[in-house]
Design a protein around this ligand. Structure first.
Ligand SMILES: *Cc1c(COP(=O)(O)O)cnc(C)c1O
Length: 365
């Protein structure tokens, strides 16, 4: 069996450090916003090159709180992509805003700056690009549009920890950004976790308040907030993995590029690196007209595979009605042909060859 992500191999490497840190936390009993959360926030801010990094309970919460802190609310339009995980749009709905789904670039699958430009109306208040599968969206063009139209730029970095563009980390460009530490993400905890990054002192102060019941001083509450703190135990694990994140991402790039090299002659479309930024291969996603046959062959051999994402958000039951009349031809075409293969820092070259051999068997039969 070859899993999509091999978390066991990763744990073996950090076991001692993690067990020591967890034992210490249990001894100290400083479970909520303790020293490891504080240290992790400093270390993450320094790694990402941002003024503030605030730990929260999940990536979904990170995006939700970022939108509130940036003043996005009822009736505001937020331009985003439909080719993403549902949480991107959920966060927009939580604040009462309207997700305006626009089409993607056919090669990178990231939101198209040209499509954003066309969708801007007097009600547009923010743009939320997703750095999908680990490849940064075209932030030069997107940031310029936001500046020109006075829109908030909120980055969904849930798949892009460590990816860079124009010498900056994703999450260091927008007004506020959200990261996820869901276990299978490039930087993953042993449960849920998330992070908001910003260079604004004001936004950071709001996020700190919002994640902790609207309170700056214990038992004094200024706004209705949430219980959305990054867990202290998770921070221990994240600190151990953050030290190694460049190594992890380097290995992912190696895996991605070896797959592409080995499949270069096959009738499928391997991931396109646009060269604008550095891809961190959260997923290795390709297009194939014979997807179903390929997936069946992989499943028969117990090789992990998945479709990210089979149904674009505008076609999901939850959005069908509100998005009646929305047509996103590129998104729809990609969703009909895309599939993803196992990728993680611990995938061996021989295993990659084994996976490719199965795909080759189908496509050259
Ligand atoms: C994982 C993910 C989220 C949500 O993160 P959680 O930590 O699971 O809440 C949001 N957006 C994208 C693009 C994601 O991949």
């Amino acid at each position: 069996m070859i899993p999509m992500v091999n978390l066991k191999a990763q744990y073996a490497e950090i076991k001692d450090e993690v067990e020591r840190g967890l034992a210490e936390t249990i001894e100290n009993c400083s479970f909520i916003l303790g020293p490891n959360v504080q240290a992790f926030e400093k270390e993450a801010a320094s790694y990402l090159g941002v003024k503030h990094a605030i730990g929260v309970a999940s990536g979904t919460d990170a995006l939700h709180l970022a939108l509130i802190a940036e003043g996005i609310g009822a009736g505001d339009e937020v331009i985003t992509t439909a080719f993403t995980f549902i949480a991107t749009a959920e966060a927009i709905k939580y604040v009462g805003a309207v997700p305006v789904f626009v089409d993607i670039d056919p090669k990178t699958f990231n939101i198209s700056p040209e499509a954003i430009a066309k969708a801007i109306t007097p009600k547009t208040k923010a743009v939320m690009p997703v750095h999908l599968f680990g490849q940064p969206a075209d932030m030069t063009k997107i940031a310029a549009l936001c500046e020109q139209h006075n829109l908030k730029l909120i980055e969904d970095c849930c798949q892009s920890f460590g990816a860079t563009i124009n010498g900056k980390q994703t999450g260091a460009i927008g007004h506020a950004s959200g990261f996820s530490f869901f276990p299978s993400k490039n930087l993953g905890a042993f449960g849920d976790g998330g992070l908001v990054t910003t260079n604004s002192d004001e936004t950071a102060a709001k996020i700190k308040q919002l994640r902790n019941h609207g309170s700056d001083v214990r038992y004094y509450h200024d706004v209705i907030g949430y219980n959305s703190r990054l867990d202290e135990m998770q921070a221990v694990i994240l600190r151990a993995k953050l030290k190694r994140i460049d190594q992890y991402n380097e290995k992912r790039r190696h895996v991605g590029r070896l797959y592409s090299q080995l499949m270069a002659d096959l009738p499928l479309t391997t991931p396109f690196e646009d060269g604008l930024g550095e891809h961190v291969y959260h997923q290795y996603t390709l297009l194939c007209d014979r997807r179903d046959e390929v997936l069946k062959a992989l499943q028969d051999k117990q090789i992990g595979c998945a479709i990210y994402y089979p149904v674009p958000l505008h076609q999901q039951n939850v959005f069908k009605q509100e998005c009646a009349g929305v047509s996103l031809p590129v998104t729809e075409a990609v969703a009909a042909k895309c599939f993803s293969l196992p990728i993680c820092p611990y995938l061996e070259d021989d295993t990659i060859r084994e996976i490719v051999a199965v795909i080759r068997g189908v496509l050259t039969a």
